[in-house]
Design a protein around this ligand. Structure first.
Ligand code: SF4
Ligand code: SF4
Length: 452
């Protein structure tokens, strides 16, 4: 058995979260102990799951609602929050009735119903919809007195006194034989997850790792499952969504420069703009026209973009890529050390939501049709399975912060739950653990391989 370095000095619950490797399971991968040691008025459990086709949060709540509420209460106690609110879409009526029953047995905990719009799970949108508070521009939910946690993060937090994070809930859907939601050991490949789901239905497939809006296209299904994976959506390689998502910067820049007519629909429907934040993707698009051969974009109107993709995949009538342009502009601005704090747009003004924000919310049903995913919009029920991988690769970078250093060597024997990588005591991050027992068969700077 091996172990990590000396952990930082933390109070018991944050220390427990760090030791168990609990990080944001909704895609962000932010170490949960940092949130647990902050002071907040509200803890918000994010069950909005607004990415089309993904069902893993709903499934987890169907099977382990008590544990999620346990995690919510632990986080409330740790942060001193007076209230905990679980936000979930009102379409899940039966599940909500069960959740309300459980909430009724707990203190200062409630369930709030959200509309079926995208991106209801964006943390700034969630903070506003659940508390009526607007997160300051360039700030975090904590600046509005809130800690936001995905429901799987809270589930892992509740288990953290007994077991570290070694498994992940995933939805495997799209062109697979049995769309489903499964619990799998961290470190298997998506190819293995797809086999559990009956295998591919098509020959020339690509996948979207995560939801169709914010997920990344993969053509290699040997991509590893990690702590913040949400699922895989398998589509034909020539599906318009795949084609659009892999457009390179020169291509989307050239098309954007010649086609954008500055209609500003991208801005008018942008969820952060509708919260009153200074993000205006049409003005970032305008900067394409001035970039010339230099190709660097310095539009500060991109700085507060959360890269939700609504502008690129829904709003723009010309099928352009304002999201990619905003992401490129943010990267270019980072090079010249410009962030929102030192931006000319940082006037200190408190944002006020747009008066027609409610009317401009994007229904997920319309979004699914616009994405060309209506044929794949099926249920993905929980599937019990007995798959035991022969080999896993535990990635050393599964969280925001400093990647772990390996704490094992080839030939070491590890048990399920052993620490195989950790960060330094004063670094942002937390350990990674063996998801199966076995022998260490490979160690490099990216992963630790365990063979059963
Ligand atoms: S919606 Fe499209 S065409 Fe209109 S301003 Fe935005 S990027 Fe340009
Ligand atoms: S991706 Fe587009 S819609 Fe989403 S926050 Fe950024 S600019 Fe707004």
């Amino acid at each position: 058995m091996t172990g990590g370095g000396r952990p930082p000095t933390l109070s018991p619950f944050p220390a427990r979260l760090r030791a168990a490797g609990v990080v944001g399971a909704g895609g962000a991968g932010f170490p949960a102990y940092i949130k647990a040691r902050s002071r907040a008025e509200y803890v918000l459990a994010n069950a909005a799951e607004c990415e089309p086709l993904l069902k893993k949060d709903r499934t987890l709540l169907e099977y382990h609602p008590e544990k999620v509420f346990d995690g919510l209460e632990l986080m409330m106690r740790s942060t001193g929050a007076a209230a905990g609110i679980l936000g979930i879409k009102k379409k899940h009526e039966k599940l909500i009735r069960r959740l309300e029953e459980i909430a009724g047995t707990r203190k200062n905990v409630s369930v709030a119903k959200l509309g079926d719009y995208y991106p209801a799970g964006d943390e700034h949108c969630l903070v506003y919809d659940l508390t009526g508070r607007v997160t300051p521009m360039g700030g975090f939910p904590l600046d509005a007195g809130c800690v936001v946690c995905n429901v799987e993060t809270l589930y892992n937090a509740a288990l953290s006194d007994r077991e570290p994070v070694t498994a992940k809930y995933l939805t495997v859907t799209g062109a697979v034989k049995k769309p489903c939601t499964i619990k799998v050991p961290i470190g298997i490949t998506y190819a293995e997850a797809i086999e559990i789901a009956g295998g591919l239905k098509i020959r020339h497939a690509a996948g979207i790792d995560g939801g169709p809006m914010m997920g990344k296209v993969i053509t290699d299904f040997n991509t590893l499952v990690n702590k913040s994976s949400g699922g895989i959506i398998v589509l034909p390689r020539d599906h318009p969504l795949i084609v659009k998502k892999v457009r390179s910067r020169p291509v989307f820049s050239r098309i954007g420069r010649s086609v954008c007519d500055q209609c500003s629909f991208c801005t008018e429907l942008c969820p952060r703009y509708l919260l009153g934040h200074s993000v205006q993707p049409h003005r970032a698009m305008r900067s394409l026209m001035f970039a010339g051969g230099r190709e660097k974009l310095h539009s500060e109107f991109a700085l507060l973009c959360c890269e939700c993709s609504l502008c690129s995949l829904y709003s723009c009538p010309e099928n352009l890529d304002p999201r990619e342009v905003c992401a490129a502009a943010k990267a270019d601005l980072r090079e010249v050390k410009t962030g929102f704090k030192n931006s000319a747009l940082n006037t200190g003004r408190a944002p006020a939501p747009h008066p027609v924000r409610e009317e401009r919310k994007t229904p997920v049903s319309k979004l699914i049709r616009r994405l060309g995913l209506a044929d794949y919009d099926t249920d993905a029920p929980f599937l019990e399975h007995d798959y035991e991988p022969r080999r896993v690769k535990i990635q050393l970078s599964q969280h925001i912060g400093v990647p772990c250093s390996p704490k094992v060597s080839v030939g070491d024997l590890v048990k399920k739950g052993s620490v195989v990588g950790d960060v330094g005591p004063d670094e942002l991050g937390c350990p990674v653990h063996a998801s199966i027992g076995g022998k260490i068969s490979k160690v490099n700077e990216k992963y630790v391989e365990i063979t059963a």
